[in-house]
Every structure is written in structure tokens, then in C-alpha cells.
Ligand binder design. Structure first.
Ligand SMILES: Nc1nc2c(ncn2[C@@H]2O[C@H](COP(=O)(O)OP(=O)(O)OP(=O)(O)O)[C@@H](O)[C@H]2O)c(=O)[nH]1
Ligand SMILES: [Mg+2]
Length: 358
């Protein structure tokens, strides 16, 4: 296949996976030519049409085509991943997420574009709403309105935006929480209670869980990747169980938060940075204040949620409508400005930020 044209930019706005509808955005000077390759005739800007898409091998799909401008359109297709790949290929976009940037597109437009992408893939409803505010221009408007004559005042505004952007991350990307502890501590029992259904096997046999099992959940509205791991006990490192334990350790090392569950009588080590919960509070010899996951699953979930809230330090109230940088690149751009020590480095850093409205 020839290299994709830099005058054609195709982006999949909807997240990967099965859905009723998939939305492709087509931009750039080649937009009309690319659509014509699919059999879509030229239409005035602002119109919406039902179109029959055809590829080189025959019919592809019946879709809605919204002409947003002479160099900008959206195709609303049926949401099948193979179909999406065929339509992208027929447009000349290749098979990856996007290729190139349309010529002359400004930074502000690119940041707004990014906000739509973040919104489409947000792992929580709050995250989607925070991203929508940026797609509607909250951040680029705030950046365009920075006082030009007083760089220190402008920097102060950016620092506030940066702090709120970092706080907002807990709604925009999942926090990885790993359950760790000795065998039979009740990790899998708590994992199921947090999920609200029986996802993994629990049993009184030691070493029931051998693998690291990950599930995405919302806990108090925060997206969490929750991981159940193999329990600790002396076993051969090469045994199946030993390999499971190593895998659990590796996952825990890269986790945002390790919840360490200690069964009655446990007096062994607790990993640095982990939060300890004693378990099986209904059993004889249990620690004071231990979780009682079997007797009171809701109470146990609430206790974990409280600890998570403290850990995230995000507060319950999201920064509704506030200007926010959404991804690592935008945050790095703001951070460079916030760190500037003199006007010259401020000016340099500011060049990486959009300064005008799209
Ligand atoms: N009485 C009581 N039993 C519990 C409680 N929580 C878990 N158990 C029991 O303890 C046993 C071990 O629970 P699991 O959740 O499988 O423990 P685990 O930490 O996942 O164990 P491994 O996978 O072997 O590492 C099971 O029989 C559970 O039913 C509790 O709060 N009270
Ligand atoms: Mg288990």
C-alpha cells in the first residue's frame, strides 16, 4: 500500500470494540476524493445523507455521511471492527488509528480533537463529561485568554489548571488496584465482593488463585482496574503456583495501590506502600476492626472505597466545566510552562500550547 496522504486524515472517533455504531472522521484536502472512492457523491456542507458505501470488492455498508465542511466529514457506520477496517482501507487510510494531520491545522484544533477522542474512550461517565467540556473549548479558551502582558500572572493561572488536570486524571484513566496477601487471606472473596458478582473461584484450599485476574470496575465513580493475585506461601519458584506468585509481584510493582489482606494471626511483612486490611473479622482470633467480607460485603466494600478515596486525594467533586489538560502530552506542555523560571523560557514553553481559538 502506498504511504497515506498527508492531505487526508482519518480518525476513528468511537472506542475499539463491538457497538451499534462506529464513527469515522475524515479531514483534509483529499476528503472529497476519498469519499468518492467509496461511492459517496459531493454534497453541500452541513448536510446529512444516507449513503451506500462501495469498496473495490463490492458493497460495504449503508451509512450516514455528515458533510461538516468541504474538507471535513463524518461517516456513521455499523459498528463492526472488520467493516471499519475495510472502510478505512477503501478511504486510503490504512488500518491503524490515524495517519497524518491535515495541512494547516492549528494546535487549538488538534487539542480539541484530542478532547473528542478522550471523551469517546473515557473509562467513566465523569471522565467523559470533563473531556466534553474541553472538546467544547474550555481549555483552549482559557489558554487564549491568558494575560499576554504579565507572564507571571499567566503562569499562576496555568499552575491552577495543571493542578486540576492532575486531579481529574483519576476519572480519565483507571487506577490499578492489586489485592495481595498470604494464601487464604480472602483476596478472591473481596475481589468478587468489589465486582458485585462471582468472577473467580474461592475456596478453603490454599493456593486456589494461580493467575493474576484483572477486571475494570467503577468504585465510587472512579475507574479501577482491580487485580486478584496468587497468595503468598512457601512454594518452589518454578512451580505453577510460584510462577503465579511472581506474576502477582510484578503486577503489584506497577500498581497505583496495593491492598494487602492479612488473615487472622498473620504477623509477616507488609509490602512498602501497601494498605493493610485484616480479614475474616467474624472468625475467632481475628484482628480488631477486621473486614467481614462474607458477613457484611457492603460494609467491606465501603471500607475499601473510603481508603481509595483517601489514597486518590481527588475529592468527591470533579472539576466540572473547568479547563483541563487531558493527556500526558498536554499535561507535559502545561508543566513546562509552569516550571519556567524566566520570561524567555516561559515564551519558549508556551509555543507548545495553543494560543488562539480554532
Ligand atoms: N469466615 C470467613 N471466611 C472467609 C472470609 N473471607 C473469606 N473467607 C473464606 O476463606 C477461604 C479463602 O478465601 P479466598 O477468597 O479463596 O482466599 P484467597 O486469599 O483468594 O486465597 P488464595 O487464592 O489461595 O491465595 C474461603 O473458604 C472463603 O470462603 C470471611 O470474611 N469470613
Ligand atoms: Mg484467591
Amino acid at each position: 500500500m502506498s504511504a497515506p496522504s498527508t492531505d487526508l486524515w482519518v480518525h476513528t472517533l468511537t472506542p475499539a470494540g463491538a457497538a451499534g455504531v462506529a464513527v469515522l472522521e475524515v479531514r483534509g484536502a483529499e476528503t472529497s476524493a476519498a469519499l468518492q472512492r467509496l461511492g459517496v457523491a459531493e454534497r453541500p456542507a452541513g448536510t446529512l445523507h444516507l449513503v451506500a458505501l462501495r469498496g473495490p470488492d463490492g458493497p460495504l455498508d449503508e451509512a450516514l455521511c455528515w458533510r461538516r465542511g468541504s474538507q471535513h466529514a463524518e461517516l456513521h457506520l455499523h459498528g463492526s471492527a472488520p467493516l471499519l477496517a475495510r472502510v478505512r482501507a477503501a478511504l486510503g487510510a490504512g488500518s491503524t488509528a490515524s495517519h497524518g494531520e491535515p495541512n494547516g491545522r492549528g494546535l487549538a484544533e488538534a487539542w480539541i480533537e484530542r478532547a473528542w477522542q478522550v471523551m469517546a474512550q473515557a473509562p467513566s461517565e465523569v471522565g467523559a463529561r470533563l473531556a466534553l467540556a474541553q472538546a467544547e473549548g474550555a481549555l483552549v479558551r482559557a489558554l487564549a485568554a491568558l494575560p499576554a502582558e504579565d507572564w507571571r500572572a499567566a503562569q499562576q493561572i496555568l499552575r491552577t489548571i495543571l493542578a486540576e488536570s492532575r486531579r481529574a486524571q483519576v476519572w480519565l484513566r483507571p487506577t490499578t488496584v492489586v489485592l495481595q496477601g498470604p494464601v487464604n487471606a480472602g483476596k478472591s472473596t473481596l475481589f468478587n465482593a468489589l465486582l458485585g458478582y462471582q468472577r473467580v473461584i474461592t475456596s478453603e484450599e490454599q493456593g486456589t488463585t494461580r493467575d493474576a485476574i484483572r477486571e475494570r470496575i467503577l468504585l465510587g465513580g472512579w475507574p479501577v482496574d482491580l487485580v486478584d493475585t496468587a497468595g503468598w506461601r512457601e512454594v518452589g519458584a518454578d512451580s505453577l503456583e510460584g510462577r503465579g506468585q511472581s506474576l502477582g509481584q510484578a503486577v503489584a510493582r506497577s500498581a497505583d495501590w496495593v491492598v494487602f489482606l492479612a488473615p487472622p494471626g498473620y504477623d509477616g511483612p507488609v509490602p512498602d506502600g501497601a494498605t493493610r486490611f485484616d480479614t475474616q473479622g467474624d472468625r475467632p482470633g481475628a484482628a480488631q476492626g477486621a473486614l467481614e467480607v462474607l458477613r457484611d460485603p457492603h460494609g467491606a466494600v465501603e471500607r475499601v472505597l473510603q481508603a481509595l478515596r483517601a489514597r486518590l486525594g481527588a475529592g468527591d467533586e470533579p472539576p466540572w466545566g473547568r479547563p483541563l489538560a487531558l493527556d500526558a502530552e498536554q499535561i507535559a506542555g502545561l508543566a513546562a510552562c509552569a516550571a519556567a523560571q524566566d520570561e524567555a523560557s516561559w515564551q519558549r514553553a508556551q509555543r507548545a500550547l495553543p494560543q488562539e481559538l480554532p
